[in-house]
Ligand binder design. Structure first.
Ligand code: ATP
Length: 217
């Protein structure tokens, strides 16, 4: 996946246009976990929204893996999670397999989802609905849904924001297993537990990637 010269301005209600992205260049390759870091308001979520196809750039180009935005190719974990409130947690986690174009055996889909939910410590809640669990538990179900199809590319916006230290390590383990299997992962995060173990770090400042570094901090 790559972005080159991506720009985006917003006009807040009643205000003057704000240049939120000012020519972003980045690449994410198969097999790597890339941490997108930067202070609050630097443009991380705006960039992820564009890469996910939730928004359109004003200028520049985004190149996604072939087949995107199919669920099996591009998985997105937004800050708001986007769970289906009318589905149980296991159905949510299995949704890309149950409702995606690949079809497949529902029992096998639920089984696969259950395995990830177990890893994330929410397997016992599988028959509940999103309204019946905590924020951190919802976040874990959304992550399970993103990973269940082993997508080509995963875009995750602060996937550990509501989690405790032990669970965060499990999440990073899962992300690294996914990239070790060839997946590409871009994670917007403030969490040192992720940046410490990421393959690379991209630093955003005022709407641009200002420092492309290894993991030496
Ligand atoms: N719809 C919008 N209209 C106007 N400004 C916006 C809009 N959406 C985002 N912004 C502005 O764009 C800038 C970047 O926001 P963004 O959410 O990408 O930051 P972020 O780096 O993800 O921050 P955080 O770490 O707090 O999540 C902010 O200054 C924000 O106020």
């Amino acid at each position: 996946m790559s972005a080159s010269g991506v720009t985006r301005s917003f006009r807040p209600s009643g205000g003057v246009p704000v240049d939120v992205l000012r020519g972003v260049d980045l690449d994410v390759y198969p097999g790597e976990l890339v941490a997108l870091v930067g202070s609050s308001g630097s443009g991380k979520s705006a960039l992820l929204a564009l890469l996910a196809g939730f928004d359109e750039p004003d200028g520049g180009a985004v190149r996604l893996p072939e087949g995107a935005p199919a669920w099996s190719v591009l998985a997105v974990l937004p800050q708001s999670f986007g769970l289906f409130e009318e589905l149980t947690l296991e159905e949510n986690a299995a949704a890309p397999l149950l409702f995606g174009p690949a079809g497949g055996d529902p029992a096998e889909a639920l089984d696969r989802a259950g395995t990830i939910l177990d890893r994330l410590g929410v397997g016992a809640l599988a028959r509940r609905y999103p309204a019946e669990i905590s924020l951190g538990q919802r976040q874990r179900v959304a992550l399970a849904r993103a990973l269940v199809v082993r997508p080509t590319l995963l875009l995750a916006d602060e996937p550990t924001a509501h989690l405790d230290h032990r669970t965060i390590e499990v999440v990073v383990d899962l992300l690294l297993e996914y990239t070790a299997g060839g997946g590409a992962c871009l994670v917007a995060t403030h969490d040192p537990a992720i940046t410490r173990r990421a393959d690379r770090r991209l630093q955003m400042k005022d709407g641009a990637v200002v420092d492309v570094g290894g993991n030496g901090f």
